[in-house]
Design a protein around this ligand. Structure first.
Ligand SMILES: O=P(O)(O)OC[C@H]1O[C@](O)(CO)[C@@H](O)[C@@H]1O
Length: 391
């Protein structure tokens, strides 16, 4: 493998990571402070975090924080006292969400304990007309052949990561504003060869990304594979607490299930199938503490590795999981995806729309065509996507 390139920091004014730390995070604090009638104590904590993010340095967690030791191991000991923009971007973003939850009292006994500050926005998306339309589209899907359904459901899950497209039956055949193909890499044939209709696949692990309009198609894909006997069991990995605004937690899985089961037609049948699979154990939901770690998956603890090791394939959804899978580094785009994911326990698939700079596994011609048409915008605009598989 080539020399390992540097980790992405948020220290370049004008760069996307810098804008996330200096503009997006303060905006999220303001948005959260309007989501609920937090009292003076919580508001003061939110104001202090805002001040900290805009002018200050990284503060350690308080001495009585339940996870202080874990965070020290994850890097807080080394990074405390340094500006937010000078530490790995992935680390700074993750720590921001941990601090935000502390500010709203998520971990403290009292009114706000366990209250997801992002839930109002998540529910609004789940209950939107767009979700109604996507669920109604399932009725037409039932008339398609199984390979067509496979493709539609995989693409629904893929583009659900952008949460503005539903089941695009011909996504890979379309074009983007720059005239380049939407999919920059497509190993879907390799993915389907692991999940053959003969039903020999023992276990699918799906590491979810966002709740709402991404989680719904993820669940539909799982339901499809289970009901057709294409996998015997599935485990859905979600976040152990609210994270990156819209990431799915166990409560979001239940909300999505409620949404499916209160729909009509095929959507309801999918919801019922998922309910039955949860009840009899063919589907399980996990929320490991490492799901919200500020670290790449290469550093996952042994018990988490043990979750993925028996899987026929682990599918990782979304941009953030991709950054953690390959390492949030300035990889040359032609770096081998197979090499950088060789550490992962078992076959692994990335299903992601491109929303940050990190990319591996492109062929040189694809990279050149994308850059010629769009400069570097293809990396972050969300108009491109990939399906990459390492068997
Ligand atoms: O929801 P996704 O696909 O994981 O994307 C989240 C992305 O958005 C960002 O939070 C930037 O706003 C990135 O840090 C992250 O990679």
């Amino acid at each position: 493998m080539q020399d390992t390139p540097p980790v992405i920091l948020g220290d370049e004014p004008g760069s996307f990571p810098y804008s996330v730390l200096t503009e997006r995070h303060p905006a999220i604090i303001r948005q959260v402070s309007e989501a609920f009638p937090y009292g003076p104590e919580r508001r003061a904590a939110l104001d202090a975090l805002l001040d900290d993010c805009t002018k200050g340095v990284i503060e350690p967690l308080p001495a009585d924080a339940h996870d202080r030791d874990r965070w020290r191991e994850w890097g807080a000991a080394a990074y405390a006292g340094r500006p937010w923009t000078d530490v790995p971007w992935l680390w700074a973003e993750s720590y921001f969400y941990r601090r935000l939850l502390a500010a709203v009292g998520y971990f403290t006994p009292g009114t706000w304990q366990g209250v997801d500050p992002f839930r109002p926005a998540k529910l609004a998306e789940l209950d939107s007309e767009e979700t109604d339309e996507e669920l109604a589209a399932l009725d037409d899907l039932a008339d398609l052949s199984e390979p067509e359904q496979d493709r539609a459901l995989l693409h629904g899950s893929l583009w659900g990561n952008r949460a503005d497209l539903g089941f695009r039956l011909s996504a890979a055949d379309g074009t983007t504003p720059g005239g380049t193909p939407p999919l920059v890499a497509d190993d879907s044939a390799a993915l389907w060869s692991l999940l053959r209709p003969t039903g020999t696949a023992e276990l699918l692990c799906l590491v979810a990304d966002n709740a709402g309009r991404e989680l719904i198609p993820d669940l539909l894909l799982i339901a499809h594979l289970l009901t057709r006997g294409r996998v015997q069991r599935a485990v859905l990995h979600v976040k152990s607490y609210p994270y990156f605004v819209s990431d799915a937690t166990p409560a979001d899985v239940l909300d999505a299930l409620r949404r499916l089961r209160s729909a009509q037609g095929e959507a309801r049948a999918y919801g019922d199938a998922l309910w039955a699979a949860l009840t009899d154990g063919r589907l399980a939901v996990r929320a490991h503490p490492f799901s919200c770690a500020p670290l790449p998956y290469e550093r996952m603890p042994d018990d988490f590795r043990g979750e993925f090791a028996p899987a026929t394939v682990t599918v990782l959804k979304g941009d953030l999981n991709y950054r953690r899978l390959v390492g949030d580094r300035k990889w040359p785009p032609t770096t081998s995806f197979a090499d950088v994911t060789a550490y992962f326990p078992g076959p692994v698939a990335a299903v992601r729309t491109l929303k940050s700079e990190v990319i591996t596994g492109l062929d040189a011609g694809t990279e050149a065509a994308l850059t010629a048409a769009e400069d570097q915008r293809w990396r972050t605009s969300g108009t491109h996507a990939l399906i990459q598989v390492r068997r």
